[in-house]
Design a protein around this ligand. Structure first.
Ligand SMILES: CC(C)(COP(=O)(O)OP(=O)(O)OC[C@H]1O[C@@H](n2cnc3c(N)ncnc32)[C@H](O)[C@@H]1OP(=O)(O)O)[C@@H](O)C(=O)NCCC(=O)NCCS
Length: 181
């Protein structure tokens, strides 16, 4: 398992199939932006598969989620790693699951797997910026042990988990979705 090859798996092996999954305005309701064309998606995955920001300051990890039963692309989970002043990294998390596949527990399962993996790779804090009315993402953040902070940016509230969040957050994971970890 390598982190960058996960992103390349999506970029090379599933980009055509990824477009219909993510080609929906509904997915941008709380985060803004618009769906990518195939060309834009290819360029984005290529950039992401570098595994770090151009200045090398941040780590970029991206995983395409495929359903085990039929190998269909159902979503992505992503994280941006930043060094903390103290040992260890902070990981900003994001998740997207195509509308046709939502409500099956894929996002929660994959994000839990991602957090578990991050914990074994020197991540000591996870964060996410979530719109206060985005119920599904707020439920996800709670499930991952992230508490609400007073920090608000662009209408999104910073959620943060650290300390004992890992132990509390990673119980009950199941195997419904395959994640290319
Ligand atoms: C947020 C998102 C990834 C959730 O995907 P999903 O696969 O449907 O989520 P899950 O099925 O794993 O559900 C996660 C939790 O949210 C809850 N949930 C899901 N949809 C919900 C909804 N519409 N309203 C309230 N709760 C909801 C589920 O019940 C579950 O909680 P539980 O485990 O306690 O039962 C998906 O809605 C999405 O892609 N949204 C658009 C992209 C986006 O805004 N991403 C956030 C960027 S950080």
């Amino acid at each position: 398992m390598t982190t960058t090859s996960s992103a390349r798996t999506v970029a090379r092996g599933a980009r055509g199939r990824a477009v219909p999954v993510f080609n929906e305005l509904r997915l941008h309701k709380w985060t803004g932006g618009r769906p990518c064309t195939l060309k834009e998606l290819e360029a984005k995955y290529l950039r992401q598969s570098a595994g770090s920001s151009p200045d090398g300051e941040q780590g970029w990890l991206n995983w395409g989620l495929r359903r085990l039963s039929d190998e269909r692309v159902v979503g992505t989970v992503q994280t941006t790693l930043s060094p903390l002043g103290t040992p260890g990294f902070s990981a900003e998390l994001a998740w997207v699951v195509g509308s046709d596949h939502q409500g099956n527990g894929y996002a929660r399962e994959a994000a839990t797997a991602m957090v578990k993996w991050l914990r074994t790779h020197d991540v000591v804090e996870v964060t996410a910026h979530v719109h206060p009315q985005h119920e599904a993402s707020n439920t996800m953040a709670r499930a991952l042990g992230m508490t609400t902070t007073n920090v608000v940016a662009d209408g999104e509230v910073l959620r943060r988990g650290s300390g004992s969040w890992f132990e509390a957050a990673c119980d009950g994971e199941d195997e419904r979705a395959a994640t290319n970890f």
